[in-house]
Design a protein around this ligand. Structure first.
Ligand code: GLN
Length: 236
């Protein structure tokens, strides 16, 4: 974090964000503020020039047409892409995850370029994956992740690309790799997942991991009295 204030950029909330994925920004801001860290959310819409100095960038999910528009728009933002490849922390959900990969193949068999920030590619599968997902997160200290998925994309990771987690139930990426049945992808400061919820509302330890990456600080734990009850609801 360069300045005293944590800045969270929500990329294209007017285009991507089917399941209130922009709520991830609220979770990050609140959990920073509860620890005395000022935080501000910037909504970065398609008619603006995106600021390249945010500490955290968030990209949500969306319909196929919106996704291709977003991939094209993001692909033209070179300074932003460099920030995401460098010091910023990025969380991308569903269509956002697919956009961060190298290619996205649509239902007609056409390949569309992604940003190439994660080593993965996505094709449209034979059926939609819809429902609850539970995975074991590979990020240290995060534990079990839960969320809701709704996608047709099947994502294959490159040989050295780590998934974000290993699926316990649900579909996730829909492919197997060296960690088994993978969900999402993770590479340093870039995290991608199929989980909606918003994912950070349902998984506050993932939110704290992102905040620790962005601030460069060890953050003191916040009591999570509702978490066991929340987990029981979704794991039942
Ligand atoms: N359009 C993509 C798919 O169906 C992403 C869907 C989403 O973001 N929920 O795979």
């Amino acid at each position: 974090m360069s300045a005293a204030e944590l800045t969270i950029g929500v990329l294209l909330p007017d285009v991507l964000g089917t399941y209130s994925d922009a709520g991830n920004a609220v979770i990050l801001a609140k959990r920073a503020q509860w620890r005395g860290i000022p935080a501000q959310i910037h909504r970065i819409t398609a008619t603006t020039t995106p600021p390249a100095g945010c500490d955290i960038y968030l990209i949500g999910g969306g319909e196929d047409t919106a996704q291709l528009f977003a991939a094209d728009w993001l692909g033209r933002q070179r300074t932003l892409r460099a920030a995401m490849a460098g010091r910023a922390v990025t969380l991308a959900v569903c269509a956002g995850l697919q956009i961060l990969g190298s290619t996205m193949r649509d239902r007609s068999g056409h390949d569309h370029p992604g940003l190439g920030l994660l080593d993965l590619s996505t094709v449209a599968g034979p059926r939609r994956a819809v429902g609850e997902v539970v995975s074991s997160c590979l990020l240290p200290g995060v534990g079990t992740l839960t969320g809701f998925e709704n996608h047709q994309g099947v994502t294959t990771l490159g040989p050295d690309q780590s998934p974000l987690g290993v699926v316990q139930s649900g579909t996730g990426n829909g492919t197997r790799g060296r960690h088994g049945h993978g969900e999402g992808a993770w590479s340093g400061r870039i995290i991608g997942t199929y989980l909606h919820g918003p994912v950070l509302a349902r998984n506050p330890l993932l939110a704290d991991h992102i905040l620790q990456l962005a601030t460069g600080r060890d953050l003191e734990p916040i009591d999570l009295p509702d978490l066991p009850a929340l987990r029981r609801t979704y794991l039942a």
